[in-house]
Ligand binder design. Structure first.
Ligand code: NA7
Length: 540
């Protein structure tokens, strides 16, 4: 029977935000400006999300530091100096702590609070949120700021728990540094994280053994320090720089060249790629000819160019071949940016094990056993990635109207409206959830958070207590996102970007979980929804 009080009983909080990473912190700030009662529930002991958890050696930005930073506060922009073009994790974490202090955010953040469940209550039009320790909260709105890459996955290799040495997943790195001096170290995994870890650990390890399953196409980061004068110049250019990020395809400083690969002569093409390869950052991936990620012949030519670079840099031809991907072309998976990564394999203290030839059979108490050898280690590092995009949602028991479980709804892939809402889950808003434009993530975060804050303001001003996406809106948006993915070579490859994680049951099949249109097009669509009075939402 319908509750006659439906929607009228005030919930203790106006909004609960799950997560105090970059999106949660900014959302808290914006909602407090609206005068709302907000509580952030954060599993860690500090702020920073990705930059709190990923303390592994060598962790750093692959986006230019200043293009990654928040842009919403002039004061913050004026007072913060970046020391490197691609800042390291400790610096980024310091920055986010500075933000939390500056805007006095901590008083509304509850740490050591991992959310286990969130159930929608129709009678009160609110969410009941339960922590792992059993404590409960109630809130009108639930905002997930859980991060697209925050649910780490350990490999499902037998014997993992039997290893007697030190072992750690990169996203669960201890707060105290680990010394590799003279140690026998293993790294499993060669994604963006593995690459950053390997090139750092190789500097001091007694011996480093890298266990590679699928090689990835890496490109030079070419990081450098930012001097005082350069910082002044960068700061002067902030307005144009942020404006540029608003205009590029994926909010990076780099954006596709309007020409197609074979529009230019062989010499011109080679010179263009040489230039991109010699430039810092994602230029070779995000600023390449516009067809390299859609046209097979163009992609093959680019892959051939990068393969030649790898062969030049790695002395042992056999090792070089092992490092060259054969099952996917350049840029169709996330391109790890590296600093002398390939040269690591020229060092005497580094060995590469090709798991495609000799798979791991088990982790033993003393090391790792492959099909043809047994290795002994002091330390095993698992750089084995994340249950991406939907994984952090799956780990919370989220239930909407009539107890429908979000995980069950998304069993065959996410369904969303604008990547922000889901029908049947009223008053729940997602930040950087599935079907969102990722790219240079903080740029997307700021838009996403502002959009949600404006919706909250609208709800407050019009006494709205129930906001829900329509089923038709969700179907249309989900179909649109799927159609944008058609023809993209990256959607033909297993990776976290296509939702495949062989360590997670039920995640072996590729899905479309990302919005792959341009960021400006995404924002235009969301702006249009607002202009049409929140078209696709039922506001009550
Ligand atoms: P990724 O890119 O998903 O990489 C995980 C790596 O771990 C990848 O090389 C995997 O090989 C490897 N892996 C996973 N499970 C196993 C097992 N069981 N055996 C051997 N190797 C395994 O995660 P990252 O953390 O590097 O990066 C994720 C994103 O975070 C990154 O793109 C940035 O945007 C930030 P596979 O390719 O599956 O064969």
């Amino acid at each position: 029977m319908a509750d006659p009080q439906a929607g009228t009983a005030p919930a203790p909080f106006d909004a609960i935000i799950i997560g105090a990473g970059m999106s949660g912190l900014y959302q808290l700030h914006r909602l407090r400006e609206l005068g709302l009662r907000v509580r952030v529930l954060e599993a860690g002991t500090g702020v920073g999300g990705t930059w709190y958890w990923n303390r592994y050696p060598g962790a750093r930005f692959d986006s230019e530091s200043y293009s990654y930073a928040y842009s919403f506060s002039q004061e913050l922009l004026d007072e913060w100096d970046w020391s490197e073009h691609f800042a390291s994790q400790p610096e980024t974490l310091r920055y986010l702590n500075h933000v939390a202090d500056k805007f006095d955010l901590r008083r509304d953040i509850q740490f050591r609070s991992r959310v286990a469940a969130a159930h929608y209550q129709e009678a009160t039009r609110s969410w009941d949120v339960t922590l792992e320790d059993g404590s409960r909260f109630s809130s009108r709105f639930l905002i997930t700021a859980v991060g697209p890459l925050s649910a780490p996955t350990m490999p499902t290799i037998p014997g993992v728990e039997t290893f007697r040495g030190q072992s750690c997943h990169t996203a669960r790195w201890p707060h105290e540094p680990i010394s590799f001096e003279g140690k026998r170290v293993a790294v499993i995994g060669t994604g963006a994280t593995g690459v950053q870890t390997i090139q750092e650990v190789a500097k001091t390890a007694g011996h480093l053994t890298v266990f590679q399953r699928t090689p990835n196409w890496c490109a030079p980061l070419l990081n450098s320090k930012i001097g005082a004068e350069e910082m002044v110049a960068l700061r002067t250019g902030y307005p144009e720089m942020f404006q540029r990020c608003q205009e590029t395809f994926a909010c990076f400083l780099h954006t596709p060249d309007p020409r197609r690969t074979f529009d230019v002569s062989d010499e011109e093409r080679e010179a263009f790629w040489e230039k991109r390869y010699a430039e810092p950052g994602f230029g070779i991936w995000q600023g390449n000819f516009r067809d390299v990620l859609t046209d097979r012949r163009a992609n093959a030519a680019l892959s051939d160019f990068v393969a030649r670079k790898i062969r030049q840099r790695v002395k042992d031809p056999k090792v070089a071949e092992t490092l060259i991907p054969k099952n996917h072309g350049f840029g169709t998976r996330r391109v790890p940016l590296e600093t002398r990564y390939y040269e690591v394999y020229n060092q005497d203290n580094v060995t590469l094990v090709d798991l495609l030839q000799t798979p791991i059979e088990r982790i033993t108490p003393t090391g790792i056993k492959t099909s043809d050898a047994e290795y002994e280690f002091d330390i095993i590092i698992y750089a084995t990635g994340f249950d991406a995009i939907t994984g952090s949602f799956d780990r919370i028991d989220i239930r909407g109207v009539d107890g429908e479980q979000l995980k069950e709804r998304w069993k065959y892939g996410p369904e969303t409206y604008l990547g922000v809402m889901v029908n049947g889950f009223p008053n729940m808003m997602m930040l950087i959830g599935p079907h969102m434009a990722l790219g240079n993530i903080p740029r997307s975060i700021e838009y996403n958070v502002d959009w949600v804050a404006n919706l909250m303001r609208h709800a407050r001003d019009h006494d709205l207590t129930r906001l829900e996406a329509t089923a038709a809106g969700v179907t249309t948006w989900t179909d649109h996102v799927k159609s944008l993915g058609e023809g993209l070579l990256s959607n033909e490859v297993d990776s976290w970007m296509t939702g495949v994680n062989r360590n997670v049951a039920g995640k072996q099949v590729r899905i479309v979980n990302r919005y792959s249109g341009s960021a400006p097009a995404y924002r235009a669509k969301c702006d249009e929804v607002v202009a049409k009075g929140y078209e696709g939402l039922v506001l009550a």
